[in-house]
Each structure stands twice: as C-alpha cells, then as structure tokens.
Ligand binder design. Structure first.
Ligand code: ZN
Length: 414
C-alpha cells in the first residue's frame, strides 16, 4: 500500500481502517501523522484546550494579504502572546488538520457559534503553513465561509458579509471554485434577508439557485428556493410565498429530508395564517408540530403551540385561545424563550382588551415586561418596555398600544 494520504489517515483516526492500521505499523512518517491527528481529535473533544472566550474578532487583520509566506511569519511573530500562537505550536500544520478543524467548526455553528469562530480562526493560522497554493486558496475560502456562518449566528451581520467577501476572493482564484461561490451566495442571501435588504437577498438567492441547479445539487437548490419563498413572505408577497411553499412540499428533492419538509410546512402554516386561512394554517402547523415532536425539537414544538393558539385567536372562542396561549407560554418559558413568551402575553392582553377586561390585560403586560427583562435588553426592547409600562401605569393600555409594542419586539427577531 502507498502512503494513504492525510484525509484517509484522518478518517482512520475517527473509524479504524484495518488496511491503514497495517500500513501505519511499518511506516514511520504515516505513524507520526496519525499520532498528530489523534492529539488533534482529542483536543477537539476537550473544552479546556480552547480559550474560554473568543474576542469576536480575529487575532490578526483578516484583510491583511499574506500570500507571501514571509509576511505570514511576521504576522505570526506579532502574535506571540495571543493564545493562537500556542495553538499553532500545538497542532499539526497540515491540510488534514485544517479540514478537520473546519468540519468541526461547522458542526458547532448552532450549538456554540463563538467556539466555531475561534476554531475557524485557528484553521486560518494553520493554513499559512500549507505548501500547495491551490489547497491554501481553497482552505482559506472555506475558513472565511465558516467565520461568516459563525458571525451570522452571532448576529454580527456586517462582519459576516465581510467574511463572505474574503471567502469569495479565495474561491475566485480556483478554476473549480464556482460551486463554492454558490454556497457563499446562499449564505449572503440569508444575511441580507436578516438585515431587511430583501431585493438584494432575492438576487443572491436566485444566483445561488442557478449555480446549484447547474451542478445538479437538488438539496441545496431546494434550500435556495425555500430562502426565496421566505424573502417573498418578508416582502409581504404572501401569494408568491404560499405558491412556492406548496410547490416545494410536492418536489421530489425534499422527500427524504424530514426536517426540511417540516420547516416548509411550518412556514406555509404561518403564511396561511397571515392570509386569514385558519383551516389551512391549522392543518400544516399541526403536522409540523407532530414531526418536530418526533424529532425531539422541543423549542420548535413550543413555537408551534403558540402559532396554533394564535390561529385560534382568529377563528375560535376567546376563552379557548386564552387557554392555548397560557399553555404555550408555560412551554416557551420552560425552554428559556422569554421574548417569545412576552409576545404571547401581549396576545393574551389583546384578547382581554377585546373582552373589556383592562385589569387582567395590565397584569399580562407587566408579566411581559418581566419576560423582556429576562430575555436581555437592547434599545428596542427597552423602548417597547417603557411604552408598556407607561400605558400600564396610566391605565392607557389599548389594543393599539399592545399591537405597536408587539411589532417593535417582533423586529428584534429579524
Ligand atoms: Zn506511509
């Protein structure tokens, strides 16, 4: 057997490969690489091996051009005291290590985006030592893409766009970079949507969809189409969004992906709700809730319960809607979703005001203020709270006040 190559050696560390094991017994260089990779794999599962907090910024200027390796050396020289310098000493400077770090960073995006960012930063430093130029470009593009993903999860949207620009520079240098540029456009679309730049978001999502279609990647193409439908929904074009969700539900590409299918159903249910179709909304939200529950996604189950209660507000008796909202609030609170719980309390306040029970409405508004406090403050939340508090103190709680507060809080989620 020839030397197995870093990817296969790394795979062997994760799952024993008898052929590789046999080779490594008699090959010193490969045995050394396997030992390095074992140490790396061990460090990845040991949280004490990582800095306690990420500063949120790179330990070096991400816009610095270190094509020239001697300037990279100068850069790293300046980092002697930074924890990253110690990491660099500790970890093997191989393309296999960088790939492992980046895969690991990707897997942490939802659970711990700060750590995902720190790991992508470390990969960027290790990449400076990889001799092959094409491989360096590819890995740098990938590392900046993971940084962009992490920054998006952390809500640092302008920084995420900058990281995407950096990634595009590196993928753009590769003859085979088109597909990766498509993945960047997809992420760009989601960031622009979160910023409320809908036309630009649609443009990016359309380009991404075309690229995925060219490469025959029907799964990513479906994600891009879902993003397009969500953008239409954000723009208030409910009919386009509804039609696209329905088309997606029927598309064969989505058949195997239960979670994606459920997200589409969830969004379709919310759109039908906005279109004043309680029957249709209830059907899809109930199905989505069942699947989320089966998949163990309890926060989504709580959110579905709340959505269903809001549908009852539209077509059911006020007392039933109120009971359902209270159940939803219990679940949202149990899962730490306090700003959602605050919104659900405002829903109850609105119902109570409709029943001319201003005292009970005030009680719920005060509880909503507590929820917002627990959720953590920012300027908008503080303004919304002040509005509610003044209204409660002066007996001026009206449906208009409640709705205005609700729309302010909802903007916090965008
Ligand atoms: Zn070997």
């Amino acid at each position: 057997m020839k030397h197995p190559g870093e990817e296969r050696l790394m795979a062997h560390v994760e799952t024993l490969d008898p052929e590789v094991a046999e080779h490594v017994r008699f090959c010193g260089p490969c045995a050394r690489i396997v030992t390095e990779f074992r140490e790396l794999a061990l460090a990845l599962t040991d949280s004490t091996a990582w800095p306690q907090q990420s500063s949120g910024s790179l330990p070096f200027d991400p816009n610095a051009e270190f094509e020239d390796e001697s300037s990279a050396e100068v850069l790293l020289e300046n980092l002697k005291d930074a924890p990253v310098a110690a990491w660099r000493e500790r970890f093997p400077r191989r393309s296999g290590s960088a790939r492992t770090l980046l895969r690991h960073a990707h897997s942490l995006l939802e659970a711990d985006p700060q750590r995902a960012q720190a790991i992508a930063d470390l990969a960027l430093v290790l990449i400076t030592d990889i001799p092959d130029e094409q491989e360096r470009h590819y890995l740098r593009g990938w590392a900046h893409r993971e940084r962009a993903n992490a920054l998006r999860y952390l809500g640092q949207l302008p920084e995420a766009l900058q990281a995407l620009d950096r990634a595009a520079e590196f993928f753009g240098k590769l003859p085979t970079g088109d597909f990766d540029l498509g993945t960047l456009l997809y992420i760009r679309a989601t960031v622009l949507r979160e910023q409320g730049h809908f036309p630009e978001a649609r443009n990016a999502a359309q380009q991404a969809e075309r690229i995925f279609a060219e490469f025959g990647d029907t799964v990513r193409q479906t994600h891009a189409r879902l993003a397009l439908a969500n953008i239409a929904n954000n723009e208030g074009d409910l009919e386009t969004a509804r039609a696209e969700y329905v088309r997606l539900l029927a598309s064969p590409a989505i058949g195997d992906d239960e979670l994606l299918l459920t997200r589409v159903r969830h969004n379709l249910g919310c759109t039908l709700h906005e279109m004043h179709d309680p029957e249709g909304a209830r059907e899809h939200l109930t199905q989505a809730m069942r699947t989320y529950s089966k998949l163990g996604l309890e926060t989504e189950v709580a959110r579905m319960r709340w959505n269903l209660a809001r549908v009852t507000m539209m077509d059911g008796p006020s007392s039933t809607a109120q009971l359902e909202l209270e159940e939803a609030i219990d679940q949202l609170t149990a899962h730490g979703m306090r700003s959602d719980a605050a919104l659900a309390r405002l829903d109850i306040a609105e119902l109570l005001l409709g029943d001319d029970d201003a005292d009970a409405a005030r009680t719920h508004c005060v509880a909503a203020i507590d929820d917002l406090l627990a959720a953590g403050m920012n300027v908008r939340a503080a303004t919304a709270m002040a509005l509610l508090r003044d209204a409660a103190a002066t007996d001026q709680i009206t449906v208009a006040v409640v709705r205005h507060t609700r729309s302010m809080i909802e903007q916090l989620h965008r």
